[in-house]
Design a protein around this ligand. Structure first.
Ligand code: SAM
Ligand code: SF4
Length: 343
């Protein structure tokens, strides 16, 4: 295709926000449901969205494909637990066509790992090469306490299947005061043995989950200082455009990331937006402003209205978030749960 034809293609100019940040990364929460009830993420008795409000897999494909046409190069499916949505592999396969065509650099997933034993090989076939698996502890009893409904052995089986399928794995662990703070040393060693990268996440004030956030909050500066006594943490130039800072662990050669949304400002390099399973687009994880894409999506079979709604929304992307956890702000800074927007 000639350069002129590319330029003339409707809706194909890149998405640039008012602060000149290019939007190249879309995270999609494909369901708000989950087979776990992690204490920092959900209350035990969650009310989920009525199924009728949820976009179909075909609609999600159409929405994601519109973003890809507008320059998104990386798609992450998340949730809730993405792998519990019925027939979810059909969406992975449909989106995989963009990877094959060279229009997408990466199709990936964040999962709790419970269904990985079943799906790892299929994910790889669909074009997924790297996955994030959330795992906060290697202790079966603690795992059961944190996830309320999960079984560690099932996740470890899933991780083995992912390795066998040739998927690169990054473990995400949320740091919880008094719960897993003594375990990071062991997790660094375990990830080294398994060939996994590790990212440690500071707990974020999202959604009403019952217990007081102040009880969970553990600043990562502390975790890092403790790890640095035991391991050689070499500063890494690697950047993902998100809130993580990366190190390479000298002894294992694996990457170690710290996500500290509360103690560091990372918004200048933000390249991402988030879509919920009802078609609501959040321009910032830490702000309430959102745009409805479901109506324009359903209004016509053509994508003109949808493309216009996406561009209008990106034009409203805020400069940054303002999460605060302190004694004056005990409630959630953002009322929606992480499982709605997708982590
Ligand atoms: N169910 C999948 C999983 O657990 O990986 C995907 C969705 S989950 C909401 C995505 C990530 O958000 C997980 O790594 C989880 O640990 C993290 N998360 C959930 N609630 C959080 C919170 N309040 N603060 C920080 N991270 C949180
Ligand atoms: Fe489910 Fe993931 Fe939330 Fe845990 S963190 S309850 S696995 S969505």
């Amino acid at each position: 295709m000639s350069e002129l034809a590319v330029m003339a293609k409707p809706g194909s100019t890149p998405l640039i926000d008012p602060y000149q940040r290019k939007i190249t990364y879309l995270r999609v929460s494909v369901t708000d449901r989950c087979d776990f009830r992690c204490v920092y993420c959900m209350a035990e008795d969650m009310t989920f969205l009525p199924k009728a409000e949820i976009l179909s897999l075909e609609e999600l494909d159409r929405l994601c494909s519109a973003f890809v046409r507008m320059g998104v190069r990386k798609l992450r499916l998340t949730g809730g637990e993405p792998l519990v949505r019925r027939n979810i592999m059909s969406l992975f396969r449909a989106l995989g066509r963009h990877v094959e065509a060279g229009d997408l650099d990466e199709l990936t997933v964040t999962t709790n790992g419970s269904q990985l034993a079943k799906y790892a090989a299929e994910l790889r076939d669909a074009g997924v090469r790297r996955i994030n698996v959330s795992l906060d502890t290697l202790d079966p009893a603690k795992f059961a306490a944190i996830t309320r409904w999960g079984k560690l052995a099932q996740v470890l089986d899933g991780l083995a299947a992912a390795k066998a399928a040739g998927l690169a794995v990054k473990i995400n662990a949320v740091a919880l005061k008094g719960v897993n703070e003594d375990e990071f040393d062991r997790m660094v060693a375990w990830c080294g043995d398994e060939g996994f990268d590790l990212t440690i996440i500071e707990v974020m004030p999202m959604g009403d989950i019952g217990p007081d956030r102040l009880d969970q909050y553990l600043p990562l500066s502390l975790v890092r200082a403790r790890l640095a006594q035991k391991w050689r943490l070499e500063e890494s130039a690697y950047r993902s455009g998100g809130p993580a800072r990366y190190f390479t662990i000298g002894e294992t050669g694996r990457r170690l990331g710290f996500i500290t949304p509360l103690t560091h400002n990372f918004c200048e390099s933000c390249n991402r937006v988030r879509l919920t399973c009802t078609g609501t687009l959040y321009m910032c994880l830490g702000q309430e402003d959102a745009a409805d894409l479901r109506d324009p999506l359903r209004a016509s079979e053509g994508d003109e209205a949808l493309d216009a709604a996406i561009r209008e929304a990106i034009g409203r992307k805020p400069k940054g978030h303002d999460f605060i956890i302190d004694r004056r702000h005990r409630g959630p800074a953002v009322p929606r749960h992480m499982s709605v927007t997708g982590g």
